[in-house]
Design a protein around this ligand. Structure first.
Ligand SMILES: Nc1nc2c(ncn2[C@@H]2O[C@H](COP(=O)(O)OP(=O)(O)OP(=O)(O)O)[C@@H](O)[C@H]2O)c(=O)[nH]1
Ligand SMILES: [Mg+2]
Length: 716
């Protein structure tokens, strides 16, 4: 395996809407570069970047995958990303280790919701973008002809500006899409569909000459815009010499002044060798990247000490071999057999096989044994990786996604990629005892590779909860648990952590007296209960004067109340937001004990509850929903049906509407699925707990009637 220098590397991520054909296109490019013997297909699981069993089974990419094409002296690293809206955070994470985004658009469908989202993400990172109109062989595209693909082009211009410009012109013949004209070199390439993807040079078809010439001039003019010497050259000669045009276009793409449009068919493998060529010539190589500003001090971790913003010390790094070694881990895969596989980018310096490097993030040493690059699922060992390259290494001990490693004394830290809050939560229950033992370790492994997964125990309901991006995401987790770790589980809607409270002020006495054999038990107290404002919890006030209850027994009374409140009164949910005042009591010299006063406290509390107008409280979430404008009305009327209170709506900068609302959690348990269907998969939401509020009477009665566990009788 050749060792590629930084200038011989191109890193691109293929991003775009689901089913636009990214995975198929990667397979086609690999075939054109003779990296595979036969072109892989998504349908039969042979596509190089679709190796995960879940991806294969569902015919969709759920996590980033990496492959490379050795192409006329350069190595093109290709990151295939998910296009399904639920996993679009993965696509965003894939933009970190690359220098350009290849935005794949299904020519038959046009710009779709995820296309717009990935475009926005790339824009936020000032990332060069190349647009690829894929599926040009599609019957719909062929039937619509020039008018069809130009309409797509126009819709992209409307969204992203006139910098969107074709650098190719598609060629059709009677049988369909056949090739492209390169508008820079003005050469035509034609293809035999379903062959190895390598085109042959041909004459520009006579009927296309005029429009191709016009398109060439439009491109040249746009490239020359703002560059005086090129403009002069253009006006004098009415064109620019090819070499000048190539370097000027390269620069314009690097600086986001031009978003070039190319035409391919991944499935029939037409134009993909030319796409590789284009990436080789026009995508920036890592060394061309401006020096990046990175932190010299580790960002505070969630559990670490807080770090003041003014202490953030930045240093500049160039993506060059001469700089100190730094690696950034952008993905982790956990194989049940091979263990942890860390995908990293060499941010600076060069890395030799078997090197020992310092983990900046965790302060430990890690050994980079069997240094490799990934061809889909297959590691290919290499001796060295240069600045800018993407590599993998297995069996790192402590390193996780987002970490940086490198040369001791030259610590740098990259901004961690944020992960959206999970949109859906389920209660997860192991099927058997055996499954129970496997569940937590297996889920923790899955969490290492998928930052969107959360797994925790709800302190109040005692359920184990698993949260993720949506139902398909959590279902895929469940089948991974089963297949990889042989842990079988069932999912249920999580219990809503209701609470109970009181609405009245009452007083009652609790007297615990028992005469058993020898020692008796005696405790007696009078309590007052009164409501407090929402969120106050339980407040205990001691108003005993003159030793009606000896001092040492008073905490026992409080404990008795606390314990009894925890068990609930109406439906077994903890009672909260009240003040309990210990007013009076009596004791017995011999028979009184802590236990007896605890019992007295419980008794008094339950007596109070009988007349304190107990009520049920439910958690109310603060919800934010992003939706395309046309569905905002439907989203809001659906929220009304969920007892939601819309707090406001606003237009978002990038387009679309943001709806803010407060909605009871009980109404939001499967909201993700509903939102998907209301917005045709284009909406997203996040929510967080806001406050507790009274449950409406009729509903409260139902909840009380169906309280899962029958209330234990008071055990006095
Ligand atoms: N006609 C035609 N069909 C294509 C082409 N490329 C992909 N397809 C089909 O479109 C479907 C989706 O292709 P994928 O390659 O899985 O698309 P993707 O963009 O990776 O999809 P996600 O991973 O879900 O984001 C498959 O059935 C492909 O066979 C193409 O160039 N022409
Ligand atoms: Mg895919």
């Amino acid at each position: 395996m050749k060792c590629y220098a930084g200038s011989e590397l191109r890193n691109v991520a293929l991003v775009g809407h689901a089913h636009s054909g990214k995975t198929t296109l990667v397979a086609a490019m690999l075939q054109a570069a003779h990296m595979t013997l036969v072109q892989g297909r998504v349908e039969d699981g042979s596509a190089v970047t679709a190796y995960d069993e879940e991806d294969v089974a569902r015919h969709t990419t759920m996590a980033n995958a990496v492959a490379f094409a050795e192409w006329s002296g350069v190595k093109v690293n290709l990151v295939d990303t998910p296009g399904f809206h639920m996993f679009v955070h993965e696509a965003r994470a894939a933009l970190l280790p690359v220098e350009a985004a290849v935005v794949v658009v299904n020519a038959a469908a046009g710009v779709e919701s995820v296309t717009e989202r990935v475009w926005r993400y790339a824009g936020e990172m000032d990332m060069p973008r190349m647009l690829v109109l894929n599926q040009m062989d599609h019957a719909k595209v062929v039937a619509a002809g020039r008018e069809g693909w130009e309409r797509v082009l126009e819709s992209m211009r409307v969204r992203w500006g006139r910098q969107v410009v074709p650098v190719q012109w598609p060629i059709f013949d009677a049988a369909g899409f056949r090739g492209v004209v390169d508008l820079v070199t003005m050469e035509a390439f034609v293809y035999r569909p379903d062959s190895d993807g390598v085109g042959s040079i041909a004459a520009i078809p006579a009927d296309l000459r005029a429009e191709v010439q016009a398109a060439h001039e439009a491109l040249v003019e746009l490239v020359a815009e703002g560059k005086d010497e090129l403009m002069e050259e253009f006006f004098a000669e009415s064109t620019i010499p090819e070499q000048h045009l190539i370097s000027a276009l390269h620069e314009a793409i690097r600086e986001d002044r031009i978003f070039p449009v190319l035409f391919v068919s991944g499935l029939r493998n037409i134009g993909t060798d030319h796409l590789l060529d284009f990436v080789k010539v026009y995508a920036p190589c890592p060394v061309e990247r401006q020096p990046i500003a990175v932190r010299a001090v580790q960002p505070a971790r969630a559990n670490g000490s807080a770090e003041a913003e003014d202490q953030v010390e930045m240093v500049m790094r160039r993506m060059e071999d001469g700089e100190p070694l730094a690696l950034y881990v952008y993905k982790t895969m956990v194989d049940p057999f091979a263990g942890r596989i860390s995908f990293f980018k060499v941010v600076s310096g060069s890395l030799k096989n078997d090197a020992t490097v310092q983990s900046f993030s965790r302060g430990e040493l890690e050994r980079m044994a069997h240094l490799s690059i990934m061809q889909g699922r297959k590691p290919v060992e290499v001796t060295e990786l240069h600045a800018g390259d993407l590599g993998v290494v297995a069996k790192l001990r402590v390193t996780l996604t987002g970490d940086t490693l490198g040369a001791r004394g030259h610590e740098i830290f990259l901004e961690p990629m944020s992960v959206p809050e999970p949109a859906m939560t389920y209660a997860i229950e192991p099927r058997t005892r055996n499954d129970e033992d496997k569940l937590a370790p297996a889920l923790h492994k899955l969490m290492e590779e998928d930052p969107m997964v959360r797994f925790y125990r709800d302190a109040q309901t005692n359920e184990f909860l698993v949260a993720g991006a949506g139902q398909p995401h959590i279902e895929s987790l469940v089948s991974r648990l089963k297949r990889r770790y042989h842990a079988e589980v069932t999912l249920k809607a999580p219990k809503v952590p209701y609470r109970e409270t009181i609405r009245g002020r009452v007083e009652a006495q609790g007297r615990h007296k028992k005469q058993t054999g020898g020692h008796g038990q005696f405790g007696d107290c009078t309590l007052r209960l009164e409501p407090l404002v929402r969120g106050s919890g339980i407040e205990f006030v001691n108003q005993i004067f003159g030793g009606a209850i000896p001092r040492q027994y008073i905490p026992a009374v409080e404990r008795g109340v606390q314990e009894s409140a925890m068990r609930g009164y109406l439906a077994g949910y903890p009672v909260t937001d009240f003040r309990v005042t210990l007013l009076d009591g009596s004791f017995h010299d011999v028979d009184s004990s802590e236990m007896a006063f605890k019992m007295a406290g419980r008794l008094a509390f339950r007596k109070c509850m009988e007349s304190a107008k107990p009520a049920l409280l439910e958690p109310v979430m603060r919800v934010e929903i992003e939706t395309p404008d046309e569905f905002a009305g439907a989203v809001m009327s659906d929220l009304n049906g969920r007892r939601g209170r819309v707090q406001g709506m606003e237009r978002m900068d990038g387009g679309g509407t943001l709806v803010r609302a407060e909605v009871p959690l009980a109404e939001m348990l499967s909201y993700g699925t509903t939102l998907t269907s209301i917005t045709q998969g284009r909406g997203s939401h996040r929510m967080e707990m806001d406050h507790y509020d009274l449950v409406p009477q009729a509903l409260a009665e139902k909840i009380i009637a169906s309280a899962r566990r029958p209330l234990e009788e008071y055990d006095a």
